[in-house]
Design a protein around this ligand. Sequence first.
Ligand code: NAD
Length: 301
Amino acid sequence: MADIAFIGVGNMGGPMALNLLKDGHRVRAFDLDSQVLKPLAGEGAEIAPSAYEAAGAAEAVITMLPAGRHVRGVYMDDAGVIAAAAEAAVGEGTLLIDCSTIDVESARTVAEAAAAAGLDMVDAPVSGGVAGAGAGALTFMVGGTDRAFARAKPLLDVMGKAVVHAGPSGNGQVAKICNNMILGVSMIVVSEAFTLGRKLGLAPEKLFEISSQASGQCWSMTSYCPVPGPVPASPANRDYQAGFTAAMMLKDLKLAQAAAHSARAATPLGAKAQELYDRFCEGERGSLDFSGIIKLIEEGA
Ligand code: NAD
């Protein structure tokens, strides 16, 4: 049993913290929004009045926050997690685990600040969404030293089904944005192909039957098909209720483009995907599932 501080217990962090509680760990939670803390308090979590006090004597601190600026603030402010952990000097040093999806540069900056204070830190963004968080079935992509990874893995195993070491600090975020760029682009092209096929007289069910067994096969088609019918569990069958929202996909595509720009990597399809998701979200459809992008294609994007 570990003494864990969990900071940022919204849609993802809430169920993740709950799984740690169910596994017998002590959880001290903090969030700026008191509403999201209530269900956790009901399940036995202690509620802290600040990130600093949550981190205090914890053996591990886990964060699940919206973006890089929140992560930098929570860890690096004067009264932040790194200051609290360095002061408490617990055992081999508090282990820091950031599960948020953020820019690579922020992840590396915070990890450097942690290392300078003698603390192990990993970036461990996730794939699997709210359903995966609830079921303890997330995939974690982890950046950090071998030692930090070995310390983090037993806790990540409680919340996930797969925990992969991607290399040094920041590489978890690199894996996440590369994976989601593949996902965003492939969802658009599957939407285009099904729209084109239908306009040329090929029923979506028939195209699915053929392409799912041919070289066009991919996850966006066979596990998450953007047309209703072929994959009963896909959001297309419930009016594109998310799922993984288009706004989240846009966030990840923007992170990929910013990283591509700073690494001078050419990502022309990633750039086009960002432009299309931008247009889709402008129409106030950002809260729909990202597979709803097929509506924009059907409208003649
Ligand atoms: P969310 O908005 O539901 O939760 C974030 C929480 O952080 C909120 O409760 C907010 O009040 C809290 N917060 C913000 N600033 C804070 C601060 N300074 N101190 C304490 N708490 C603070 O978002 P979410 O859907 O849980 O997503 C969290 C992260 O997970 C994001 O980085 C997102 O990109 C990533 N992610 C989300 C999904 C998904 O399907 N929702 C999937 C994969 C990854």
